[in-house]
Design a protein around this ligand. Structure first.
Ligand code: ADP
Ligand code: MG
Length: 212
C-alpha cells in the first residue's frame, strides 16, 4: 500500500510544518505516487484529472530545491492561460510562505510587458506564466534560465490544444539541458508523448484514475 503521510517524504521540517498548518494531512493519490519520483529528481509525466492535487506535486519538488540565497530563476511553470497561472501562483505562495523571501513572478500575456520587465529587474526565483510571454522575455533578454533546475509544463494537453507547442520548444531551448522536467496533463493525447520525447529524459509515467 502507498504511504499517504507527507512525513514519509524527504522534505525538510519547514515545508512539512507548513503543510500541517495548511491543513494538508494526507497526500492525494497523484501526490503519493508522484512526489517520491519528483523529489528523487526524476522526469515525470503525470496524468490526473482536475482537482487531484497536481500543483503540490510539482510545487514541493521545486520548493525543496530552491536556494533563496541566490538571486536567479531556478524554476519555471508554464500554463495555458493567465487564470490557470494565477491559480498555480496562489498555491505556490501558500506552500512557500514558510520559506523566507521567495520571489515568485507571474509572466502572462495580456499584461504590459514593460511592467513585467521592471519587476524582473528585482530578481525572481520562480516564474509562472504562459509560453508566449515567457518567450518574449527570453528573447528580449529580461529573463534568463541559465540557473533553471526545474521546468514544469502544467495542463500540457490544453497548451497543445491552444497551439503553444512551438513556443514551448523555443522557451525550452533557453533552459539548461541538465534540469528536471515535469509534465502534467489531464489527458494523454499523441501530442503529449511527442512533446515529452523532445523535452524529457527517461520520464517515469504515472496515471491516476478517477475515483467513482
Ligand atoms: P489540479 O491541479 O490537479 O487540478 P490543484 O493542485 O489545483 O489540483 O488542487 C486542488 C485543490 O486541492 C486545491 O485547493 C489544493 O489546495 C487542494 N489540495 C491539494 N493537495 C491537498 C492535500 N494533500 N490535502 C488537502 N487539500 C489538498
Ligand atoms: Mg492544476
Amino acid at each position: 500500500m502507498t504511504n499517504t503521510d507527507f512525513s514519509a517524504l524527504p522534505l525538510g521540517p519547514t515545508l512539512l510544518d507548513n503543510l500541517t498548518s495548511l491543513g494538508y494531512t494526507r497526500m492525494t493519490p497523484i501526490q503519493a505516487r508522484g512526489l517520491p519520483l519528483v523529489l528523487a529528481g526524476r522526469d515525470v509525466i503525470a496524468q490526473a484529472s482536475t482537482g487531484s492535487g497536481k500543483t503540490l506535486t510539482f510545487g514541493l519538488g521545486l520548493l525543496s530545491r530552491l536556494d533563496v540565497s541566490r538571486n536567479d530563476v531556478q524554476a519555471m511553470v508554464l500554463c495555458p492561460t493567465r487564470e490557470l497561472a494565477d491559480q498555480v501562483a496562489r498555491e505556490l505562495r501558500k506552500l512557500a510562505r514558510a520559506l523566507a523571501n521567495v520571489k515568485l513572478v507571474s509572466l502572462c500575456g495580456g499584461s504590459p510587458t514593460a511592467a513585467q520587465t521592471a519587476t524582473l529587474q528585482f530578481g525572481a526565483h520562480i516564474v509562472v506564466g504562459t509560453p508566449g510571454r515567457m518567450l518574449k522575455h527570453l528573447q528580449q533578454g529580461s529573463l534568463s534560465l541559465d540557473a533553471l533546475n526545474t521546468l514544469v509544463l502544467d495542463e500540457a494537453d490544453r497548451m497543445l490544444d491552444m497551439g503553444f507547442a512551438d513556443d514551448i520548444r523555443k522557451v525550452v531551448a533557453f533552459a539548461p539541458a541538465e534540469r528536471q522536467t515535469l509534465l502534467f496533463s489531464a489527458t494523454y493525447p499523441d501530442g503529449i508523448a511527442e512533446l515529452s520525447r523532445g523535452l524529457q529524459r527517461q520520464p517515469q509515467q504515472i496515471a491516476v484514475a478517477d475515483e467513482h
